[in-house]
Design a protein around this ligand. Structure first.
Ligand code: FAD
Ligand code: MLT
Ligand code: ZN
Length: 575
């Protein structure tokens, strides 16, 4: 253990070093366990061959130790692989059956032989009608939404996307754009028989300007593949999230994904410099600027960021990538109360300032799910709250001094009751797993009712407590964790199966509570299918009306991702 140089304060040394030494075997077994399972990355049949071909296997993965993560070593053999997907997904109720009051809009055309002939000619060998493969594309990551699409198209170029959409628009055929299908709001899968337009074969890196750190690539590049590529050039992606092994940059942009690094590098809206997208009628909008400054009129790229495939299909992106930090440290800490979590966060900002790269919170219930359902080991004792603090900087000694000072203060003040630190990538990785895999661990117990809300920090955790009281024994647990540095709480209720009593207790309660405290009902996952009708809790009528006008202008027949994001979207009648 090379930790003895890290802590100078006697209290820190005593507590943290002993904790660290004691848990050394636990940490290494955690790493092994992770590499053997790597379940969390859902690799669909569409993403699977591509990811494997790209060489994200053992040899390449050994190069990934530079920054926070070791790659999902067995990404190609996850529990969500193509074979298992079909048996699992059959259990998911069709969305059309779950919501019988929602009717397919019959203004949309129905696929016929001539349509299929057209697509086969346009995309030879890349038109999927195989039921098993479609099953994965029809079913969302949460196993809650299932469409009945009979066709998936896999273009490789922007021109092909343009031709697909021009054709679909002329026939009024509805289309669901799909990236890695890791979205958590039912937005990435069809509701009825929409054609799936998969970007999984649009995975070329177009250009990297090493001096400026500006990367230009196609929309279907998997986030983790981009990270791996950039690390070789001493750069990193400005975003990172638990789904990195499957999600694609186009999907990240379309959901304006937040994730674990937002605290440090800001939102994608700031890091994306340019976008190329195709409108519903096939028009290609080339806004693929690589300039940091460009004030020539309206910022059109921002229309596509976070619009969840309803305004256009993102085909390429240019993105500003920060330098790879030379020193990364991680502190995993236990706190006795939410107030102490907040006090720890304040001290962390004061002391770590510019080197702070993540500040995440998970409650004891979260820890119980990851340890019980995934067999991960808690390196600390039982604490009501846990905090993950990551620092990333350019000078190891300087960063350690800052981290030490912070730890000294929070331990002296008794804001922190227990803790461990890591500087080695494998140990950092193992500790991050405890936070990143909460989502997956809950799903092993049944159905997860997921809320992703922004709240002022003084009331941030109150909603978890109230929801827990409200649901009582109706659920297996109510879990709170999230990106506390961004004011983003993930509130989850876990039940054995879908249950109307539970749904009625949760909604609209959670949305009303959030609106009452001036929060947002979707902090980072978007609205998709699940939350589109609740938009009014966070946006005024006039704002929603303007969104609808933009939609009508850009996609008058409403062929792009219908039934998503905007409450009502009526297609223009078929031609
Ligand atoms: P998909 O799921 O395929 O699609 C998402 C939406 O974007 C859909 O509406 C789809 O129609 C649209 N879309 C996809 N590609 C395109 C395109 N090229 N053009 C137009 N529209 C498109 N989110 C966070 O913000 N922060 C997190 O920390 C985070 N962690 C996660 C952890 C796990 C384990 C999982 C499963 C999900 C997590 N997410 C998180 C959810 C997040 O939204 C996605 O993981 C990711 O951004 C979606 O990318 P994707 O390629 O899978 O897109
Ligand atoms: C996370 O922060 O882990 C993700 O946004 C997914 C989730 O809600 O669990
Ligand atoms: Zn999140």
């Amino acid at each position: 253990m090379q930790m003895s140089h890290v802590f100078h304060h006697p209290l820190c040394c005593k507590l943290l070093l002993s904790r660290f030494a004691k848990n050394a075997p636990i940490l290494s077994s955690l790493t092994n366990c992770v590499s053997q399972q790597a379940y969390r990355h859902r690799i669909h049949s569409s993403a699977l061959p591509q990811f494997c071909q790209k060489g994200a296997s053992a040899s390449l993965l050994s190069t990934l130790h530079g920054h926070r993560y070791v790659s999902p070593i067995n990404s190609c053999t996850t529990r969500h692989n193509s074979n298992e997907a079909s048996s699992d997904t059959h259990k998911v109720q069709l969305t059309s059956e779950r919501f019988p009051q929602l009717k397919r809009n019959d203004s949309y055309g129905r696929l016929n032989e001539a349509d299929i002939e057209y697509f086969v000619k346009l995309l030879p060998g890349r038109v999927v009608s195989d039921e098993d493969e479609l099953e994965g594309a029809n079913t969302d990551w949460m196993y809650l939404a299932r469409g009945s699409s009979k066709l998936m198209l896999k273009p490789k170029t922007t021109q092909e996307v343009s031709e697909i959409l021009a054709y679909c628009n002329s026939r009024c055929l509805a289309v669901t754009p799909q990236g890695g299908n890791t979205g958590l709001v039912g937005g990435s899968v069809p509701v009825f028989d929409e054609i799936v337009l998969s970007t999984s074969l649009m995975n070329d890196i177009i250009h990297l300007d090493k001096a400026s750190g500006i990367l230009v690539c196609q929309a279907g590049c998997i986030l983790e593949s981009l990270s791996t590529y950039l690390e070789d050039h001493d750069l990193i992606m400005p975003l990172d999230l638990g789904a990195k092994g499957s999600c694609q940059i186009g999907g990240n942009i379309s959901t304006n994904a937040g994730g674990l690094r937002l605290l440090r590098y800001g939102s994608l809206r700031g890091n994306v410099l340019g976008i190329e997208a195709v409108l519903a009628d096939g028009t290609i909008i080339d806004c693929l600027s690589t300039l940091r400054k460009d004030n020539t009129g309206y910022d059109l790229k921002n229309l596509f960021i976070g619009s969840e495939g309803t305004l256009g299909v993102v085909t390429a992106v240019s993105i500003q990538c920060p330098p790879k930090p030379k020193a990364v440290n991680l502190a995993f800490l236990g706190c006795s109360s939410y107030e102490n979590v907040l006090a720890t966060y304040s001290e962390c900002k004061n002391n770590c300032a510019e080197i702070l790269s993540a500040f995440e919170m998970m409650d004891l219930q979260s820890m119980k799910f990851v340890t019980t359902n995934l067999g991960l080991s808690n390196p600390l004792g039982e604490c009501p709250f846990y905090v993950v603090v990551e620092t990333s900087g350019s000078d190891a000694q300087h960063d350690e001094e800052k981290l030490n000072k912070f730890l000294e203060v929070v331990m002296e003040q008794q804001y922190v009751m227990d803790g461990t630190i890591a500087t080695e990538p494998s140990k950092i990785y193992a500790l991050w797993q405890l936070r990143e895999r909460i989502n997956e661990s809950m799903m092993k117990s049944g159905v997860v009712y997921k809320y992703d809300i922004s709240l002022p920090l003084d009331v941030y955790y109150d909603v978890v407590i109230e929801t827990r009281q409200r649901l009582g024994d109706n659920v297996l647990g109510v879990v709170g964790y999230g990106h506390i540095g961004d004011g983003n709480l993930h509130l989850n209720a876990v039940a054995p199966t879908l249950n109307k009593t539970v749904s009625d207790l949760l909604e609209p309660f959670v949305y009303e509570w959030t609106a009452k405290h001036k929060g947002s009902i979707s902090a980072e996952h978007g609205l998709g299918f699940n939350k589109r009708n609740y938009i009014y809790y966070s946006k005024s009528d006039a704002a929603v009306e303007l969104m609808a006008l933009m939609k009508a202008k850009m996609d008058p027949k409403c062929i792009l991702n219908p039934y998503k994001t905007i409450p009502v979207c009526k297609p223009a009648s078929k031609q």
